[in-house]
Design a protein around this ligand. Structure first.
Ligand code: NAP
Length: 199
């Protein structure tokens, strides 16, 4: 399961578990993106996002977290990750799970056609979002869409809530919230400098 996970939230975890059960997958490997090259906004350092993902997934025996993109120097591309996985696991069925919104831009990804050949793509869709924009591209039939109502939660909303001092209880795991607060992630600049305390 690929994502920026900035931060990981319960929508990601519900999606992973639901898709694992629906497709009878042996395990789900979370792969926090290293340096997402298409991002306009500033992304939290990869090590923080990796550690929050470890905290969020530690209790589930079918979940693990990979450092492959976090440790890669420079920009990371899904095609490189999938090539490496395929080399390590030549005989396994591989699925690449991510958000439907992310998959909508797949044609702009490096070696998109090869990506779609290396793994079966699974799009976790948020309420109100679908893959119809891919209909005319020939990509739609190569992507499996799975509705995940819990994806009404979004990392953007979680970041905005923390910055505004609003609660994120029941949106992200408690350990992730504690980690984010301890390291001053997502607060305003004044909160980071210790001038204002989040309410
Ligand atoms: P993003 O732009 O941060 O997110 C796009 C949308 O997808 C957001 O609404 C996001 O919601 C959702 N999303 C992302 N990951 C998700 C997940 N695992 N489950 C459910 N929803 C998810 O997208 P991104 O995180 O950068 O990219 C997603 C994946 O695509 C990553 O693995 C990334 O490496 C890959 N990608 C590859 C390329 C390439 O060139 N190879 C380019 C772009 C993306 P939240 O914010 O709530 O997560």
């Amino acid at each position: 399961m690929g994502g920026t996970f900035d931060p990981i939230h319960l929508g990601h975890l519900v999606a992973a578990e639901q898709i694992r059960a629906d497709l009878a997958l042996d395990e789900v490997v979370f792969i926090p993106a290293g340096a997402p090259w298409q991002k306009a906004r500033e992304v939290t350092p990869a090590e923080h996002r990796y550690l929050m993902t470890v905290l969020a997934t530690a209790a589930n025996p079918a979940f693990s977290v990979s450092r492959v993109e976090v440790d890669a120097p420079g920009p990371t591309y899904t095609v490189d990750t999938l090539r490496a996985l395929r080399e390590r696991l030549p005989d396994e069925d591989l699925f690449f799970i991510t958000g439907a919104d992310a998959i909508l831009s797949i044609l702009t990804w490096r070696d998109a056609t090869e990506c779609l050949e290396l793994a079966e793509f699974v799009a976790a869709t948020r309420p109100g979002h679908d893959l119809s924009d891919l209909e005319e591209t020939g990509v739609r039939e190569k992507v499996m869409a799975v509705d995940v109502p819990a994806l009404a939660i979004s990392s953007t909303d979680v970041r905005e809530r923390i910055a505004a001092g609003r609660p994120v209880t029941y949106l992200i795991p408690r350990e992730v919230e504690q980690y984010a607060r301890k390291h001053g992630l997502y607060g305003t600049e004044r909160q980071r400098l210790g001038i204002d305390q989040p309410r």
